[in-house]
Design a protein around this ligand. Structure first.
Ligand SMILES: Cc1ncc(COP(=O)(O)O)c(C=O)c1O
Length: 346
């Protein structure tokens, strides 16, 4: 049977939003120069410059692992290290790609409440050792919104920027859910990136309604030197670039990206509110964007799966992650909550 019902396993499960599909169809006219020399790629890059209020350098790659890995590789020599949260996607879910593409730059991990690095945690790693035997810390990698569905507030970003300045560290931002963070914070994209010290942002289109595609945005153009070669060598230079660039026009035009993210965040809040009212369940983290993390009895998890619900429980025993997207519906949330209640007999 074809799987058509919206699920809560990942925001990657949803299809393309209509605006993206329209943009893709418009780009499918006749022939166009390859490898990014087309009008859609230029327009999309300019749209980012307008959005971020800066003359940034923009590259389009296929997925988030490549975006993060190539961005980090650009910032590091092989003997450098990257400070990341212990649950960061770059550490847990990229199969060592950041280390691979940087020829061995080591990830140094820090704990932190709600998936967030702290200035103290960062300083502890930097000052732990300063001898030649320790890989020299060079970059802080922040995930905004975090893997645990929370967001760094502007003052937290600024505090991290201070510690970055103190120790001459660059800042990379994994923006797999950057759109959701912008909506949650109600701040401008510029304010929560380069105005807060971010050097490179990997901005995901995939989770916001595209079929695939991430924009790697360099706020300091000098860092982008030779990045095009990195993309090509890594197999990330799309020959028909217009088809990963044009969908961005669909998202950025008339703030569709914000509409999609707002919808996903509101769905998560609606789901979290209902789950919080069930005594046998426990929300694990504040629901600040589009993910709800909840502990429930193993038997409930088992029976939900038996009923055909798909979700991940990789975050620890008893805890599951429920993700909402631009395509989530209130009806599916109500169905899920009704099934949970029925299993619990309430
Ligand atoms: C925090 C985070 N970063 C990056 C990614 C991108 O991963 P992918 O390489 O699957 O596009 C994801 C996808 O799940 C993610 O959750």
């Amino acid at each position: 049977m074809l799987e058509q019902l919206e699920q809560f396993a990942s925001d990657n499960y949803s299809g393309m939003c209509p605006e993206v599909l329209d943009a893709l169809i418009s780009a499918n006219q006749g022939s166009s120069p390859a490898y990014g020399n087309d009008q859609w790629t230029e327009k999309a890059a300019n749209a980012f410059r307008e959005l971020f209020e800066i003359d940034c350098e923009v590259f389009f790659v296929f997925n988030g692992t490549a975006a993060n890995s190539l961005a980090l590789a650009t910032l590091c020599q092989s003997y450098h290290s990257v400070i990341a949260h212990e649950v960061a996607h770059v550490e847990t879910d990229e199969c060592g790609a950041p280390e691979f593409f940087s020829n061995g730059s080591k990830l140094l991990l820090s704990p932190g409440e709600n998936g967030k690095l702290t200035p103290e945690g960062i300083a502890k790693i930097v000052t732990k050792r300063q001898d030649i035997h320790y890989p020299k810390p060079k970059v802080i990698s922040l995930t905004q919104a975090t893997e645990l569905g929370t967001v760094y507030q502007v003052d937290e970003l600024k505090a991290i920027k201070s510690v970055a300045d103190q120790y001459q560290l660059k800042i990379h931002m994994d923006g797999a859910r950057f759109a959701n963070a912008v909506v949650a914070l109600g701040r401008s994209p510029a304010e929560i990136t380069w105005r807060s010290g971010v050097d490179i942002l990997c901005f995901s289109g995939t989770k916001n309604g595209m079929a695939m595609g991430e924009a790697v945005i360099f706020f300091d153009r000098t860092l982008a030197e030779d990045f095009a070669y990195r993309c090509k060598q890594a197999g990330q230079l799309a020959s028909k670039m217009r088809f990963i660039a044009a969908p961005w026009l669909g998202l950025l035009h008339q703030d569709t990206w914000l509409k999609n993210a707002r919808h996903a965040n509101e769905c998560a809040r609606y789901l979290a509110t209902q789950l919080a009212a069930i005594p046998q369940l426990r929300l694990m983290f504040p629901t600040e964007v589009n993910g709800v993390f909840v502990q429930m009895p193993e038997e409930v998890i088992y029976q939900l799966r038996e009923k055909g619900w798909l979700f991940y429980n990789f975050i620890g025993v008893g805890g599951i992650r429920l993700m909402c997207s631009w395509a989530t519906t209130g009806e599916r949330i109500d169905e899920l909550v009704a099934d949970i209640k029925a299993i619990l007999g309430i």
